[in-house]
Design a protein around this ligand. Structure first.
Ligand code: NAP
Length: 280
């Protein structure tokens, strides 16, 4: 039976660290230095709105002041870009988040690129440069922290990432490389994915397809991280067929309660880092 990597418990520890960090910052530089986060949500998608309200509640618990801006589905790209420009220029705004997905008539690429790197709390603008990785993409940073907390050192190990999106797969591969792993990245054009996943010491799956990785695709004793978050009949389901993979793995993350809460905690870490940079 695999050890369950408890994202909720690790996230709680991270939140407490951030809360202590926020108070230390305020003690040193005054209330004006307190971290804050402006969260933008466009449209009426229930999951997006719920996620934003959860992120705002996380902020409050960690001594970070949240401001939620809710825009209608019909908001134009131009209006959203103008709002981001205004927030970029506002000296009092320390961190900006734009909840994805955006309505189809708005370019996600343009919107994310418009957020000033020194306010990009999601860490999407982190360059392939270790100096910039103190504000890293939250999900890959969350995975790295979960591995560290579980005593998994990726140095020298073969890590296989399934998925190459700009927000998960690619920055995940970079963070693994920065930690001396040997990395294979698979995607929709990869031939015989199982041939690669079966050789993984650490398998990280971010595909967006329920139960994509089955038991026969995993080597005995592998550490398996399921980033996937799919909804079937309103219930969250991962990209890994947990019931088949868990008996073979040495460690595995559940869905829900795995990477999700840790990604949200990662946002708080980034918000504190951005506020500290600004104060100093
Ligand atoms: P995405 O942008 O849709 O990217 C999916 C990736 O999977 C792409 O690189 C795609 O390959 C690859 N892929 C799709 N079908 C495949 C197939 N049949 N075989 C091999 N590769 C395939 O998704 P994402 O934003 O990275 O998110 C991935 C999953 O993680 C989703 O379920 C999302 O909800 C979840 N997620 C969870 C969290 C969290 O905090 N838990 C955070 C972010 C995302 P191509 O590039 O070739 O198209």
């Amino acid at each position: 039976m695999a050890v369950l990597i408890d994202g909720k418990a690790i996230a709680q520890k991270v939140k407490e660290e951030v809360a202590a960090g926020s108070e230390a910052l305020v003690r040193e530089y005054g209330e004006a230095a307190r971290p804050n986060m402006t969260l933008i949500v466009v449209g009426s998608d229930a999951v997006s709105r719920k996620l934003v309200s959860m992120k705002a509640a996380d902020c409050e618990a960690a001594g970070i002041i949240p401001t939620v801006i809710t825009l209608s589905e019909s908001t134009t790209e131009e209006k959203l870009l103008r709002l981001i420009e205004r927030l970029n220029e506002d000296e009092d705004v320390r961190a900006i988040l734009c909840q994805l997905p955006l309505p189809e008539h708005i370019s996600t690429k343009k919107v994310l690129a418009a957020i000033a790197p020194d306010k990009d709390v999601d860490g999407f603008s982190a360059r392939i440069d270790s100096d910039d990785y103190d504000v890293a993409a939250c999900t890959p940073a969350a995975v790295m922290r979960m591995l560290r907390e579980s005593g998994v050192d990726v140095a020298g190990k073969h890590c296989v990432v399934v998925g190459r999106s700009n927000i998960v797969g690619k920055p995940m591969a970079i963070q693994l490389l920065l930690n001396d792993a040997t990395v294979t990245v698979c995607h929709s054009k990869t031939r015989d994915i199982a041939e690669h996943t079966k050789r993984a010491d650490v398998l990280i799956v971010a595909v967006g397809r329920p139960r994509f990785v089955t038991g026969d695709m995993v080597k005995d004793g592998a550490v398996v991280i399921d980033v996937g978050m799919n909804y079937i009949d309103g219930r969250p389901v991962g990209d890994v067929a947990f019931d088949e993979v868990e008996p073979k793995a040495s460690m595995i993350t559940p869905v829900p309660g795995g990477v999700g809460p840790m990604t949200r905690a990662g946002l708080l870490v980034n918000a504190l880092t951005l506020a500290e940079r600004k104060a100093k």
